[in-house]
Structures are given as structure tokens and as C-alpha cells.
Design a protein around this ligand. Structure first.
Ligand SMILES: [Zn+2]
Ligand SMILES: [Zn+2]
Length: 238
């Protein structure tokens, strides 16, 4: 297990192998950092069922504005989409951890070692500096389907952003966010590319049926979500 690793309590980012002056993700100062051991003592990961096969994973108590990760128990093996920030040894083994994008890598380096998991991300995100201390097993370049889970590269918010479909759910992480009741495109990415990726996603979703949307900080009814998405989220709207 790695000796030195810190977790930012503002955003949940894991800093592996060094103690930086500021969180490289959110800029928080070192007073906001916990060692991974302190983090594991104060926080744990709880699962909330979404469907028979899909479970939402969150750190408890909350680790700042940390994202949700999702566990999918396929008939073949257990997958995670994105990864919790808190390292919790009691979680059931996942054989594959695959990312929507490079913002929410969590403690994937530690889970990779604990589980012997395959950790994958689109190659266009794999070279980003936030990824430098994380190991990926063979970044993917093409859309794929495995164990009933579909990966669709849409880019936009980040160059390698990938949406996942399967088991009655759309996994879309932070591509769109809610400001109050209003759906907006994630403003922390290039405007034109984000809108273009949204149009790609609309084509991918056309004619498909799901029950739930699994997002960065929400799970909601697919029909309600789609109505807003088809209506056209604004870009930031600030
Ligand atoms: Zn941070
Ligand atoms: Zn993001």
C-alpha cells in the first residue's frame, strides 16, 4: 500500500506520493488535507441501491463536494463507474473500475491494488496531469460493450468524457448539473465542445429506454431527466 497519500476534504481529490502546496483539483490549502489513513478512519463508503444491479457509492460523512460512484453487478463481474475518494477496505470486490473522465479518480490506485482491479479511462483523458500518479490498465480509444455495459465516448466536458449505458441506467456523472431545478451544462469545460458532446449524447439516447439517470450528485427518473435534456440545458447561463 502506498506510504504517502492525502485526501482533500473540500473536493475529495487524492494526492498520491507527495504533499502539494494546494489541492491540484480545487486549490484548497494543506489544512484541508487528511492523510489517507485519517480519511479512512473518519469516513467510510456507503452503498444506496438504485436498481437490483446498480448501487450508488458515497463517502459518509460527505467528503466535501465529492462525486458519487456507481457499482454495477453484471452477470459476469462487478464494475465500478468512477471511484470513491475514501478508501474503505470493507467494500465488496470490483473487478473493473472504469471512468467517465479524469476529474473523479478517487482512491482508485488503492482499490486497484486491493481488488486486483482493471482500471480504465479513455486515452484522451489518461495523459492529463491530474492522472499522473494513477495507474490505468490499457486506456481505451473506441466505444465498447462489456458484460452488458456500453461505453460511449462523447468528449466535450473533458476530451475523453465517456457516458455509460446499461442495466436500465444512464451514467452521466457531471456532464450536466442542476442549478436549483434547472439543468445546465457543466461550465468547467470548453463551451462549444460541451454542447457538441451533448448533441452526440442526444443521438446515442434516441429511441433508448432507461429507468434511472445516475449523476454526479443525483439519481433521477430517466423520463424527467430526458425531458429537460431534450429541452436543451444552457451552457452555464451565468
Ligand atoms: Zn481539492
Ligand atoms: Zn468533471
Amino acid at each position: 500500500m502506498v506510504a504517502e497519500q492525502y485526501v482533500c476534504t473540500v473536493c475529495g481529490f487524492n494526492m498520491v506520493g507527495y504533499h502539494p502546496a494546494h489541492c491540484p483539483f480545487c486549490g484548497a490549502p494543506p489544512e484541508k488535507f487528511l492523510t489517507w489513513q485519517e480519511c479512512a478512519a473518519r469516513h467510510h463508503v456507503e452503498g444506496t441501491r438504485v436498481t437490483d444491479r446498480v448501487t450508488r457509492l458515497n463517502s459518509v460523512p460527505r467528503l466535501g463536494f465529492e462525486h458519487a460512484a456507481y457499482r454495477i453487478e453484471t452477470p459476469g463481474k462487478t464494475w465500478w463507474i468512477d471511484c470513491p475518494s475514501c478508501f474503505d477496505r470493507r467494500l465488496q470486490v470490483a473487478e473493473s473500475i472504469t471512468f467517465t473522465h479524469h476529474h473523479f479518480l478517487g482512491a482508485s490506485n488503492q482499490y486497484r491494488e486491493l481488488f486486483g482491479a482493471q482500471v480504465r479511462i479513455h486515452h484522451l483523458d489518461s495523459g492529463h496531469e491530474l492522472c499522473s500518479a494513477f495507474t490505468f490498465d490499457q486506456p481505451f480509444e473506441a466505444d465498447f460493450t462489456a458484460d452488458g455495459l456500453e461505453a460511449h465516448h462523447i468528449g466535450g466536458h473533458t476530451p475523453g468524457f465517456t457516458a455509460y449505458l446499461g442495466f436500465d441506467c444512464l451514467f452521466i456523472c457531471d456532464y450536466v448539473l442542476f442549478r436549483g431545478e434547472q439543468m445546465i451544462y457543466n461550465p468547467f469545460g470548453p463551451a462549444g465542445d460541451t454542447l457538441a458532446g451533448g448533441e452526440r449524447l442526444k443521438k446515442i439516447l434516441h429511441g433508448r429506454q432507461f429507468t434511472h439517470v445516475c449523476g454526479v450528485n443525483y439519481v433521477m427518473d430517466y423520463g424527467d431527466w430526458l425531458e429537460q435534456f431534450n429541452h436543451g440545458p444552457t451552457y452555464a447561463g451565468y
